[in-house]
Design a binder for this molecule. Structure first.
Ligand code: DHE
Length: 527
């Protein structure tokens, strides 16, 4: 909502009260109210401007009652004023109805709009190639603070913050490190992609790649960024140098059906992006090599080539792999040869919501019995006895599920104190950590012994406050936990003794991401 000047608000209020047909008994005209009070910051088309987009797809995680409260009272660290003295309850409710109503027609968000949104803060090659600060770049963390839409760059040796900076509204998914820790790429739910120069502690470029975005992936060679969108049904390929859009790839099956894109990841060794689709039963592999392997030739997808620059002439061929059902969430194996995916809406009687898709065989090769809602994008793997196991938390069931990655059988269900969101470990640690994100025990954090598959300790970093999302230091000696609260904290634990060593106050810290663990694709963390 807006930051209109008070005099303006008063006159607009009077105008509304005395408009024909607008008195205390007439139903409020939400469109008019929106135009007067909200459009300035959220844009007339509701796609967002300085304020976030106000479309049902972008508001999915906010209940209507909470939306009423946000308009009445504003929210912490927001520039939006409270409207409780300006608009009455009925007017506010009419606005809420309006913003939860889908647009009759979604405005186009293609190459033209994406190009026009791009902001270049610093051209490539204009900033220093040495860090402005002293620290082991490999052991840096970036911590996302959702409470006031900031991020903190943290020294992973001293646990001292190096720099705190504003981010776009509502970041989601893991920010991605690239070029040995020089850059970080962020994605916001409203589609903003931001490139941050760690050495110079500044953003270098930003672009709005979609209207409602899931996540982004950066190619292992640091050349390309691929963005997965729910709105519109597209993938946006960007030049990682300066975030110039190269291609907008429509997520269609060629037979008139289009799809939201569930997520995209990089498969380093294949020089590919791997993509899951939410409304078309296919997994896509999009190759970014200069000489794509022969197998891709027959699969070139008919996407638009409309940026007109040299990179657009390069082929980014797409292999379309049919799968059983729609994949909402997935995990890529360390070898990048298999996708472990799950379909949230489709629980068979046997609870087979998961499947294994072989990227070389180009087909689904196994089913997985994963009831509830496994959170596979947060799954991890490790060596257990003579095999590799995959462990996934579950957003709907109080368990961690351990799967043998050869037979694809569930070998253990570890009961937890509630459903969890994130799971983490490190090659050097004997423990795996999982949060209890949901329910009355949301303040607990379980520590699992990776060889006995038993919970050996349950921590309570801040009683009554959600504790979530762990990430290890480069050497695996320390584990950092979020106290996920407006008045929250980052708690550093000794990963061996499981004792607290430091606590830093933070504003609803969500994820934290260690440069080395991410860049080396540690099996204990998400990629
Ligand atoms: Fe996430 C990562 C999907 C809700 C916080 N989340 C991801 C990824 C996917 C995903 C596919 C991996 C992307 C990546 O890292 O590149 N998330 C979903 C959903 O489908 C779901 C359940 C519903 C939705 O609203 O989209 C969902 N996620 C949430 C939240 O409600 C969370 C807790 C708060 C928020 O920020 O919205 C949340 N998701 C996160 C975080 C990551 C993430 C912090 C990065 C995890 C990591 O360590 O890599």
């Amino acid at each position: 909502m807006i930051h209109a000047k008070h005099s303006c608000i008063l006159s607009v209020t009077l105008l509304i009260l005395f408009l024909p047909g607008m008195n205390s008994v007439a139903a409020p005209d939400a469109a008019l109210l929106y135009a007067q009070y909200c459009a300035e910051c959220h844009s007339a088309d509701r796609l967002g401007a300085v304020g976030p987009a106000l479309l049902p797809q972008n508001l999915q995680r906010l209940s209507k009652d909470s939306a009423v409260s946000v308009i009445q009272n504003s929210r912490p660290a927001s520039q939006m004023p409270p409207f409780r003295d300006i608009l009455n309850r009925e007017q506010i409710e009419s606005l809420v109805e309006l913003i939860y109503t889908p647009l009759e027609q979604l405005p186009p968000w293609g190459m033209e709009q994406i190009l026009a949104s791009r902001i270049v803060h610093h051209k490539p090659g204009t900033l220093a190639d040495k860090p402005l600060f002293e620290a082991d770049i490999d052991n840096l963390f970036v911590v996302v603070e959702l409470g006031d839409h900031h991020a903190t760059l943290l020294n992973g040796d001293t646990f001292e913050p190096i720099h705190r900076f504003a981010t776009r509204f509502a970041l989601h998914g893991g920010p991605k490190w690239s070029e040995n820790g020089r850059y970080i790429f962020f994605a916001s739910r409203d589609g903003w992609i931001s490139k941050f120069d760690v050495f110079n502690l500044t953003y270098v470029a930003e672009v709005r790649a979609g209207i409602n975005t899931r996540n982004l992936a950066v190619s292992h060679d640091g050349r390309y960024v691929m963005v997965a969108n729910y709105l519109p049904h597209t993938l946006t390929l960007l030049d990682a140098k300066d975030l110039r859009p190269i291609k907008v790839i429509e997520a269609t099956d060629g037979e008139g059906h289009s799809s939201r894109v569930s997520a995209v990841y990089t498969a380093d060794a294949r020089e590919s992006f791997v993509v899951a689709l939410k409304d078309i039963p296919e997994v896509w592999e999009i190759n970014y090599a200069d000489d794509p392997p022969a197998g891709f030739a027959n699969w070139v997808h008919d996407y638009r080539k409309d940026s007109g620059d040299a990179a657009a002439n390069k082929q980014f061929p797409i292999l379309r792999i049919p799968v059983k059902g729609y994949l909402d969430d997935f995990f890529l194996t360390q070898e990048y040869d298999r996708v472990i995916g799950s379909s949230r809406g489709e629980t068979s009687e046997q609870g087979e919501t998961g499947q294994v898709v072989d990227l070389d065989l180009k087909r689904s090769v196994a089913k997985l019995t994963l009831p509830g809602m496994p959170h596979l994008s947060s799954a991890i793997t490790w060596q257990y006895q003579d095999r590799t196991v995959l462990a996934t938390p579950n957003i709907k069931k109080p368990e961690v599920t351990i799967v043998d990655m050869k037979s694809w059988q569930v070998i253990k269900r570890i009961p937890t104190k509630g459903p969890g969101f994130f799971m983490r470990s490190h090659e050097q640690s004997r423990y795996a950590w999982v949060d209890v994100f949901f329910g009355p025990n949301k303040d607990l954090m379980h520590v699992i012994d990776k060889q006995t598959l038993e919970i050996v300790k349950t921590l309570n970093p801040a009683p009554g406050k959600t504790s979530a999302h762990v990430e290890f230091t480069k050497d695996g000696r320390y584990a950092l936990v979020s106290v996920w609260d407006e008045d929250g904290a980052l708690v550093v634990y000794d990963a061996e003794t499981l004792l607290e060593v430091k606590r830093l106050p933070m504003k609803k810290p969500s994820g934290k991401y260690n440069a080395y663990n991410k860049l080396t694709r540690s099996s204990g963390t998400s990629h």
